[in-house]
Write a protein that binds this ligand. Structure first.
Ligand code: GLN
Length: 490
């Protein structure tokens, strides 16, 4: 078997046992990226020299040194292009940050370095993480390895593709309204959005700060759990990160789920636009879980119909404020022909941002403006509290919720790009999780008639990622299709 086909845990074990080295593993992935990336556009910047140098240094750390005890020691990783890694380019796949070099390491990057994980490069994404298809990237879309006519999901599409196609064993993404889970669903891999505050956002380029959260992509639950352990934890540099102990998530795997209670929210399954194959995958998941001894009940999340509107008010309001800093002065692109300061600001922003980002800035500025603040932003904040309460009520009686991750399998490139509302509807099942601040995981739930992966989502209580891993692992072991990989398409 090729090194690039092994799971991250298997690679770590082989490195630990001296059967291979971090450098050999890193070189194997670099080789695969060289062969396959042209056809997939998963990586937008390659950091091969840095990765090999880091791997070589990790290999020199003697056996028995505590650094080697990290669960993914020596295993390389891909980073979404919105996380700062000192001395390397971070562009958020936007013209406005072309050639921007990060002056410091994000908290997660520091943790990856402490854990001995070489960084292969930055992965493709929708500009500033706004989108569901990676078609808003200045570098062009990533392609879905299951069918290259289709989108890989977004905004963390490049990370999902890299993991699905074996260009990286694991990757990091960010999720503001579904940007880890929806691409994981489209590409047939595992993607987790942790509880808000579980992982530090220090050094993540902000989109909507009260919703953003960094999380892992992997090919199986064991690797996802190991990577969350590496990146989670309190960070004094992020005042929204929480002082809550990080458990050994691997201890939750391989446990009985007998008697666990799973809720099915009726508002998520009754709605139009849900592909029959997707509801079919929920039905088969219920059967599998029942065989494993879980109990089901139907529940109501009565404010579900307001989620999309609430999200697009709060997320755009925060984005308009966060993106005000890109003015051509501090970083990135500047229009040099402008004659006055204000002309320089406006032409830099007009040329530097793409259409979707401009749409969000305009929407966000509008909902925050003096005459409309109470009617839109303030009201959305109140509705957000009601949405959160819907989840609190369910969790009084249930361990988790089971829903589809996305209403359809991956759609065709170009199919929704001209219609923002259609694109926004791709996240109909994921955004509520960010609004409530709770954790959600997408796992491979089967295949459509066109042989495209379909994700199912488990939503858990705050800081109970371990319970999600327990449930997801039991399902993964029981369902055959979780082992399928994309065909060698390129
Ligand atoms: N697709 C959603 C949006 O466009 C979510 C993006 C994300 O989670 N970063 O806002």
């Amino acid at each position: 078997m090729r090194l690039t086909e092994l799971s991250a845990a298997e690679l770590a074990k082989a490195i630990r046992n001296g059967e291979t080295t971090s450098k050999d593993v890193t070189a194997a992935f670099i080789n695969r990226i060289e062969q396959k990336n042209k056809g997939l556009n998963a990586f937008v910047s390659k950091e091969f020299d840095l990765a090999l140098k880091a791997a070589g240094e990790y290999d020199k750390i003697p056996a028995g040194n505590s650094k080697r005890s990290s669960p993914l020691f020596g295993v390389p990783i891909a980073l979404k292009d919105n996380m700062c890694e000192q001395g390397t380019k971070v562009t958020c796949c936007s013209k406005i940050l072309e050639n921007f070099i990060a002056p410091y390491d994000a908290a997660v990057v520091e943790k990856l370095k402490e854990a001995g994980m070489p960084i292969l490069g930055k992965s493709n994404m929708d500009e500033f993480a706004m989108g569901s298809s990676t078609e808003n990237s200045v570098y062009g879309p990533s392609l879905n390895p299951w069918d290259k006519q289709r989108i890989p999901g977004g905004s963390s599409g490049g990370s999902a593709v890299a993991v699905a196609a074996g260009l990286a064993p694991v990757a990091l993404g960010s999720d503001t309204g579904g940007s880890i889970r929806q691409p994981a669903s489209c590409c047939g891999v595992v993607g987790l959005k942790p509880t808000y505050g579980r992982v530090s956002r220090y050094g993540l380029v902000a989109f909507a700060s009260s919703l953003d959260q960094i999380g892992p992509f992997a090919r199986n639950i064991e690797d996802t759990a190991a990577l969350l352990r590496v990146i989670a934890g309190y960070d004094p540099k992020d005042s929204t990160s929480i002082k809550e102990e990080v458990p050994d998530y691997s201890a939750f795997l391989n446990k009985s789920i007998k008697g666990m209670k799973i809720a099915i929210p009726k508002e998520y399954l009754g709605r139009g636009g849900l592909a029959p194959d997707v509801s079919g995958s929920i039905k088969s998941a219920i059967e599998i879980y029942q065989k494993l001894g879980a109990e089901f009940g139907e529940v109501s999340l009565p404010h579900t119909e307001y989620c999309l509107a609430t999200y697009y008010i709060i997320a755009t309001a925060e984005a308009s404020s966060n993106l005000a800093r890109y003015d051509g002065v501090h970083y990135g692109y500047r229009n040099k022909e402008a004659k006055t300061l204000s002309e320089m600001y406006s032409s830099t922003r007009a040329e530097g941002f793409g259409d979707e980002v401009k749409r969000r800035i305009m929407l966000g500025t509008y909902v925050l403006s003096a005459g409309y603040y109470d009617a839109y932003y303030l009201k959305a904040q109140k509705v957000r509290t009601l949405i959160k309460r819907d989840f609190d009520n369910v969790f009084k009686n249930y361990d988790c919720l089971l829903t589809p991750t996305a209403p359809t399998p991956a759609f065709k490139l170009g199919e929704k790009i001209a219609d923002p509302i259609q694109m926004y509807l791709s996240d109909i099942f994921t955004i509520s999780v960010n609004l409530a601040g709770v954790p959600g995981i997408s796992i491979q739930g089967g295949f459509s008639k066109e042989k495209l992966p379909i994700g199912i989502q488990l939503i858990g209580k705050p800081f109970k990622e371990g319970e999600l891993f327990k449930l997801a692992y039991a399902y993964e072991q029981a369902a055959l299709w979780t082992k399928f990989r994309p065909p060698e398409t390129v």
